[in-house]
Design a protein around this ligand. Structure first.
Ligand code: ADP
Ligand code: MG
Length: 213
């Protein structure tokens, strides 16, 4: 088994930006790795996740069962692991970086439950995906912690179409709170994402170097 390093955080926290910077850096340094971004939007195994995100089960995320939606994203990951190159690469000992993972279910689905039920949900999620489905458990999760108001500004300036999660400001704020709870229960490594991208990048590089040598 290799190493799976996950970059997690609410929408707009800078996950894709940081994975891009990290990839550029590792390539320059000649470090072999692969990366994957979830959901696998372009693949048919993400169909139920896409149906959900586009509002096909209702416009309000809170109206869609957290366990059902979690299963859609878990199934996308399962098929991706079994059929896409990163799965074999990881099994053979390679280093894989993921932009979102099971950890995104903790944030975006855990938030739908009352705060007192969230810790049990997080544990269910890890048990379901890593033990029962046999997906790789992350070697480390870097949590890009960012207040919802800042994330909102970044999402609007990104200028892309928005899904049912991104359109809902209150949901985003609750996600930021739920992400903090998940980070604590599940032992994620926090990075302050309100700083400039270069500063966040330097911190992630240092953490990755400690992990992979
Ligand atoms: N540290 C940062 N400071 C300011 N803006 C940022 C920072 N990191 C990313 N951004 C910008 O914020 C937006 C969201 O970043 P992105 O990487 O797409 O986040 P995510 O993948 O977590 O949704 C993008 O327009 C990006 O250029
Ligand atoms: Mg992104």
């Amino acid at each position: 088994m290799g190493k799976l390093i996950v970059i997690e955080g609410i929408d707009g926290s800078g996950k894709s930006t940081q994975l891009r910077l990290l990839s550029e850096r590792l390539k320059r340094d000649g470090v072999p790795f692969q990366s994957v971004r979830f959901p696998r939007y372009s693949r048919e195994h993400s169909a139920l996740a896409r149906l959900y995100l586009s509002g096909g089960l209702g416009d309000s995320p809170g109206g869609v069962n957290a366990y059902a939606a979690s299963s859609f994203f878990a199934a996308d990951r399962f098929v991706s692991y079994k059929t896409e190159p990163w799965g074999t690469y990881y099994d053979g000992g390679g280093i894989v970086f993921a932009d979102r993972y099971t950890t995104s279910n903790a944030i975006h689905q855990g938030v739908k439950l009352p705060a007192r039920e969230r810790a049990d949900f997080f544990r269910w999620l890890y048990d379901y995906e890593f033990r029962l489905l046999g997906l790789p458990a992350p070697s480390a999760v870097f949590h890009l912690a960012l207040p919802a108001a800042l994330a909102r500004e970044r999402i609007s300036s990104r200028g892309e179409g928005m899904d049912i999660h991104e359109r809902d400001g209150a949901y985003l704020a609750e996600c930021a709170e739920c992400a903090g709870a998940a980070a604590e229960v599940l032992g994620w490594t926090a990075a302050d994402a309100s700083r400039g991208e270069a500063d966040v990048h330097a911190e992630l590089c240092e953490a990755v170097r400690r992990l992979v040598g």
